[in-house]
Design a protein around this ligand. Structure first.
Ligand code: ATP
Length: 247
């Protein structure tokens, strides 16, 4: 069976600048792919193209077999996307916004109420359900974004820095949630936190200047005698980082 996420030769140019350059990878059910790279490497641009929010200049992305450009509705049905930043509609309450999202996803009546309640429970938002989103702290806003991505229980999750702005307890909760969901889904997360990759990801891709420079399980990278941080630095700074002494 085809992988749930298939990216082939994806490229994005902004004028004469190539932000994402010929990127290809697949993600199977059960995999959590950590998408790493320095600021400006092209992670968010790749994720936006994968989520159908930005048209590629070349190449294709498919979610559960549906091309995100040619079959956008079919692709989005199978996708939960957490973009960078906070959810829109800041004047809506948490519950109102999730209800709105659920109706767009086609849920009504009891099914809609159950979905909203379940999404709030998973992201621990019940205590602020009647609060307007604009009055929430950064971490709570982030969790509202995560709740809307999970609401329809999609097989594919694309999460752009899901733990950004969360306190250590919430970071832990969100990582646990990702781990629990992992067997049933294909998940891509971008992060700047290298320990997060070791903690939740079965595979890591490092991207630098728009190109994939590593695609391997974090354990394999570390087994070669280098910490993930050393691998990251040596590949993205363009010079060798000092090797760790073998144990
Ligand atoms: N709409 C746009 N127009 C022009 N350039 C853009 C646009 N969006 C992104 N870029 C550029 O593309 C490059 C990749 O940006 P992107 O946001 O994908 O990086 P990133 O890896 O997600 O970075 P960060 O870790 O800082 O979030 C950057 O140089 C950025 O300035």
């Amino acid at each position: 069976m085809a992988a749930l996420i298939e990216i082939e030769r994806l490229t994005k140019r902004f004028g004469g600048f190539t932000a994402v350059d010929d990127v290809s990878f697949t993600v199977d059910r059960g995999e959590v792919l950590g998408f790493l790279g320095p600021n400006g490497a092209g992670k968010s641009t790749t994720m936006r193209m994968l989520a159908g929010f930005m048209p590629p200049s070349a190449g294709t992305a498919r979610i559960c077999g549906a091309d995100v450009v040619a079959q956008p509705v079919a692709a989005k049905r199978h996708l939960g996307f957490l973009p960078e930043g906070a959810p829109t509609y800041p004047e809506m309450t948490v519950e109102g916004f999730l209800g709105f999202t659920g109706r767009i996803r086609g849920f009504r009546g009891g099914a809609l109420r159950d979905r909203v309640a379940q999404a709030m429970r998973l992201t621990q938002l019940e205590g602020v359900r009647l609060q307007p989103i604009e009055t929430l702290s950064k971490g709570f806003k982030r969790r509202v974004g995560l709740a809307q991505a999970l609401l329809h229980d999609p097989p594919v999750l694309v999460l752009d820095e899901p733990t950004d702005g969360l306190d250590p307890n919430q970071k832990h909760e969100v990582r646990e949630l990702i781990r629990r969901m992992a067997p049933e889904k294909a998940i891509v997360i971008s992060t700047h936190i290298l320990e997060e990759v070791a903690a939740v990801c079965s595979r890591a891709i490092i991207i630098a200047r728009g190109r994939v420079v590593v695609d391997a399980p974090p354990s394999v990278l570390e087994r070669e005698g280098q910490s993930l941080e050393e691998v990251f630095r040596s590949l993205t700074l363009g010079e060798a980082a000092p090797r760790r002494e073998a144990a």
